[in-house]
Design a protein around this ligand. Structure first.
Ligand SMILES: C[S@@+](CC[C@H](N)C(=O)[O-])C[C@H]1O[C@@H](n2cnc3c(N)ncnc32)[C@H](O)[C@@H]1O
Length: 536
């Protein structure tokens, strides 16, 4: 900063012009004197317009000022918007001087208004007029000035607009605070509490209670409706006559609707590869296919008696319903497998009486809640003795896999849905290598809900239907062991085919049997074994 002084104009009155724009050489007023206010008197301060050329030599200024007191033409005509030295205006002693000054200020919107008209100290005799020109602030200085002004304003008038100094810091830095730790909004509990009883009239209280009851009932009903809808959708996927679930309890409904799928055929899992139906190993009988199908006395599909060439005939026309082919009374007492005729047989076609199981289920079924024994199965239809009911289906897995799955539920008395295909198993080695197991836990048919009884009304029979090629892979078919009235629970013996199933003493670790029959053995399986065999 430099000051430029003086230009005297007469004995009683001196005019001083101070230029702080760095454009001139310093003179006898030092910047210190200026900043310390040691000048005799300062009348005006104005910012220089940015349009003023950065460099002007001292001669120009003095000329300009000296011109002000005379009418001599200006050497340098002013540019548009250029700041005139205010001394020009002040030196103008004519009567319209204030008007001219006002005009100048309007032309200079950036001029700082306050310092331009300081009041002279009262005791100082005006002997000098001083003009000060200082450089226009840079944009950075302008921002600093604005900030400084704001800070003072925080306690004053602009408090509403700039309420905190933090805000100013943000503006100055042009940054925002870094994000705080993320909050999982789902875990934030809403600060909601029901209105206190204290404020409620008895009438309002009872209204609220009623409303709550209605809402709870509605929610429950909605939930039930959804569960039933899901379950019914699953049930509708079952082929054949309807299978329904007569279950109201939401908990039980959820158990039925979740984690279980109804299937219409075996689901083969790793390590189990069925022989294709088209395989050359899949053979049939050489019957001629007379009007009613195979001749039972010669059909090669039928098993022979152990001690003769006589065929074991599994089916006959029902005595109580001539339209129905049923398993014979004699066959149901036997331990035997059924080989039904298939597409490779000479009889060629379903007119043959030896097509029963492969035609599928013909009876309606109903899953219901038995209470202590969990779900059970019944039919709303009358079932004739020997009538085929349904297949036991599920995932077909290896013995090793079955053992792993069984171990997972070991210790807990959870339900077991494992069924061994052990009809043709010769010894332990054969069992380890070839035996398959059907697991109906996650995928299955309605028969996976059939409970055990020590006095059962159904029997499970191994049946080879359309494919005789794989002796280790066959169907598990349930037949009515007697005439069964509609709505009677369908049961079978989980230890069917086992010797000495009546224990001398009930194993305390075994799953207790709750069949309630007079001949109840007290336990479902001998200890540790949780799967059914399929030997009739
Ligand atoms: C194949 S499931 C039968 C359906 C089963 N009740 C359910 O709710 O899914 C076999 C399981 O039913 C139960 N169960 C079957 N018969 C039973 C009986 N007579 N006494 C006690 N529990 C029985 C046992 O828990 C057994 O592991």
């Amino acid at each position: 900063m430099a000051g430029r002084v003086p230009l005297s104009s007469g004995a009683n009155q001196r005019r001083v012009f101070i230029d702080l724009t760095d454009d001139h050489e310093p003179t006898d007023y030092s910047s210190k004197q200026l900043t310390q206010g040691k000048l005799p008197f300062v009348t005006t301060i104005a910012y220089r317009s940015p349009t003023v050329p950065q460099k002007r030599n001292s001669l120009d200024v003095s000329d300009d000022l000296s011109d002000a007191s005379s009418d001599a033409p200006r050497k340098f005509p002013r540019r548009r918007g250029q700041l005139p030295h205010l001394s020009d205006d002040l030196s103008d002693t004519s009567s319209d001087a204030p008007r001219k000054f006002a005009r100048r200020r309007r032309q200079l919107p950036h001029a700082h208004p306050e310092p331009s008209t300081p009041t002279p100290p009262p005791n100082v005799k005006v002997s000098q007029e001083v003009s000060v020109v200082i450089p226009s602030p840079t944009s950075r200085q302008r921002r600093d000035i604005a900030l400084a002004k704001r800070k003072t304003d925080i306690n004053g008038m602009d408090d509403e607009i700039f309420p905190t100094t933090k805000e100013d810091e943000i503006i100055a830095k042009a940054t925002y605070p870094t994000a705080r730790d993320r909050i999982d909004r789902r875990s934030v509990l809403l600060p909601f509490s029901p209105p206190s009883d204290h404020y409620l009239t008895p009438k309002l209280k009872s209204l609220l209670t009623e409303l709550k009851r209605t809402i709870v009932a509605d929610v429950k009903r909605d939930h039930l409706t959804k569960l039933s809808r899901t379950l019914n959708k699953k049930l509708r996927r079952i082929a054949g006559p309807p299978v329904i679930a007569d279950v109201d309890c939401p908990k039980l409904l959820a158990r039925l609707a979740d984690n279980f799928e109804f299937v219409n055929s075996y689901q083969y899992r790793a390590g189990v590869e069925p022989v294709p139906d088209e395989s050359e190993f899949n053979i049939g009988c050489a019957c001629n296919g007379k009007k009613n199908g195979c001749d039972p006395s010669v059909c090669d599909c039928l098993n022979k008696e152990e001690d003769s060439e006589d065929r074991i005939v599994p089916y006959q026309i029902s005595e109580s319903n001539p339209k129905l082919i049923v398993a014979t009374k004699d066959f149901l007492r036997r331990k035997a497998i059924i080989y039904e005729c298939n597409s490779r047989c000479g009889c060629r076609g379903t007119r043959c009486w030896n097509h029963v199981v492969q035609k599928g289920r013909t009876v309606k079924l109903e899953i219901f809640d038995t209470g202590a024994r969990g779900f059970g199965l019944r039919s709303p239809d009358f079932l004739h003795r020997g009538q085929f009911i349904d297949l036991y289906l599920g995932e077909v897995i290896t013995k090793a896999e079955a053992e792993e799955r069984e171990n997972l539920t070991d210790g807990a008395h959870t339900e077991s849905y494992l069924f061994s295909l052990d009809w043709n198993i010769k010894d332990d080695e054969d069992e380890d290598r070839n035996m398959k197991v059907v697991d109906g836990r996650k995928f299955g048919s309605a028969t996976r809900f059939m409970n055990h009884s020590c006095n059962p009304n159904c029997k499970i029979v191994p049946v080879s239907t359309t494919n005789h090629a794989d002796e280790y892979l066959y169907n598990l078919a349930f037949f009515a062991n007697q005439d069964i009235a509609p709505g009677t629970e369908l049961t079978f013996d989980y230890n069917q085919g086992e010797e000495n199933t009546t224990p001398a003493r009930v194993d305390p670790d075994a799953v207790p049997c709750l069949c309630g029959e007079d001949n109840c053995r007290g336990q479902l399986w001998p200890n540790k074994r949780k799967s059914q065999g399929s030997k009739p």
